[in-house]
Design a protein. Structure first.
Length: 277
């Protein structure tokens, strides 16, 4: 099993002997992601918060959390990745607090317990059965739903390793400010005044901890919110105003640049570029 797509997501098992960090682009998407590392060294970066990427760790990403990995080329990188939408987990797993950023406010949810990883490994290895189910869509999807549900239930019984997170107080505060004010007329000058720092220091520090410019982050998050609003049935013109664009033409150009298609109601397309983790 290398990559298997299904109606509500994608599953992959990937191995890189000498991973090139430049190939792992910053991205976000409308669904959830489970990244289970079997081998590797480096960092996970989620919304400016850094976690150690190493063997026997797992990261859960929630919708629209901007993230990427920075693996070290000196260590082979072996991992399972599951992308799934909210319809995949069944029963109690669909309502776990860890799936909700309003209830679990960390940037990503990171696990590193050795005992937990021992319990997770046989569950993820069930995905290898997909090789025997090729062409059997309903059976493939049932297996993936079972794996995702079991993984989430196991995670819910374990405490996340929040003490291993490393973040910058300024960057964390700026990200909170941006995410809570996407509809506002936010400028670098205004942010610098609000945080009592120079624009140069703000931009340099933000890029240092997130790997991208502040305005790129803001623009991507606005388009991510726009996609959500369109999926909810809002018109493109109404959406443009709700995500901070003063004129529709600017919104249209930005939306097409980020997504590769024109804004339309009901479309569910990831805001993502480059290789997945």
């Amino acid at each position: 099993m290398t990559t298997v797509s299904f109606a509500h997501g994608m599953v992959s098992r990937s191995f890189s002997q000498r991973p090139d960090a430049s190939q792992f682009e910053r991205h976000c998407h409308s669904g959830y992601e489970l990244l289970f590392v079997l081998r590797g060294e480096g960092d996970y970066i989620v919304e400016g918060t850094q976690y150690p990427l190493r063997a026997d760790t797992l990261m859960l990403l929630r919708p629209w959390e901007y993230h990427y990995v920075r693996p070290q080329a000196s260590a082979p990188y072996d991992r399972y990745v599951i992308h799934f939408d909210a319809s995949v987990p069944v029963d109690a797993a669909a309502h776990l607090p860890l799936l909700n950023t309003a209830k679990v406010k960390s940037r990503g949810v990171y696990f590193s317990s050795a005992a937990l990883m021992q319990r997770l490994l046989p569950v993820f290895r069930m995905l290898e059965l997909l090789d025997d189910l090729q062409g059997s869509g309903s059976r493939e999807e049932t297996l993936i739903r079972t794996v995702v549900t079991q993984v989430l239930m196991l995670l819910s019984l374990e405490k996340a390793a929040e003490d291993e997170a490393s973040t910058n107080e300024l960057v964390s505060g700026v990200i909170d400010r941006l995410n809570s004010g996407l509809a506002e007329d936010i400028t670098l000058d205004r942010l610098a005044q609000e945080f009592y720092i120079s624009k140069y220091y703000l931009c340099r520090t933000f890029r240092q901890y997130t790997g991208m410019s502040l305005m790129t982050y803001l623009g991507t998050k606005r388009i991510a919110l726009a996609q959500q609003l369109l999926e909810q049935g809002r018109s493109a013109a109404e959406t443009a105003a709700l995500v901070g664009f003063h004129d529709y033409s600017s919104f249209y150009r930005a939306f097409c640049k980020h997504t590769g298609h024109a804004p339309a109601r009901g479309r569910n397309i990831s805001t993502q570029k480059g290789s997945p983790p």
